[in-house]
Ligand binder design. Structure first.
Ligand SMILES: [Zn+2]
Length: 171
């Protein structure tokens, strides 16, 4: 999926989570994220594509791609739930050390999961259980296709509509 599509799905999820709270074991209730949580959510949303030579992150910082390329092919290990969990535990550990709210790590994990779910809509798909299982989830929407652009636009509009409808409660 394109960078913009990840952002549109991310925005919709963010708005929905902002209005409803969900509880994650160990990490607490994810509701009304602050600045730091929002930044970590965005990092989780973008981070998996550091293994793609064409991704936004790799184009900005080519070094990142060279490093991750030594370990994994695109949508390999970096698009795995296990990697997401490991990074989340790492972040949680650092947060705990600095007495920050653990829910921030939860927001990172949600961002990461949304990225994986969105990539699962493409024919390339994702292997969520790599490296333990080659099981791949695929979808019909080609990355960069007109279909993707339309879906992205619909998701983006839905998010904006929700923001507009709940404008007063969101403030
Ligand atoms: Zn990706």
């Amino acid at each position: 999926m394109m960078f913009k599509s990840h952002l549109s799905f991310g925005l919709l999820a963010y708005v929905l989570l902002f209005m409803n709270s969900i509880a994650i074991p160990f990490l607490g209730t994810l509701n009304r994220p602050g600045m730091v949580a929002t930044v970590f959510f965005l990092i989780g949303l973008i981070l998996p594509d550091i293994d793609s030579p064409h991704s936004h992150v790799s184009r900005k910082v080519p070094m990142v791609h060279s490093i991750t390329n030594m370990f994994t092919r695109h949508r390999g290990l970096v698009h795995s739930i296990f990697t997401g969990i490991l990074i989340t535990i790492g972040i949680g550990f650092l947060l705990n050390l600095n007495k920050y709210d653990l829910a921030i790590a939860g927001w990172f994990f949600i961002g990461y999961l949304i990225h994986l779910s969105t990539d699962a809509l493409t024919p390339h798909g994702v292997k969520p259980f790599a490296p333990f299982s080659p099981y791949t989830i695929r979808g019909p929407i080609r990355s960069g296709s007109n279909h993707e652009k339309i879906i992205s636009l619909v998701v983006y509009s839905a998010a904006l509509l929700l923001i507009a409808r709940n404008f007063t409660t969101l403030l």
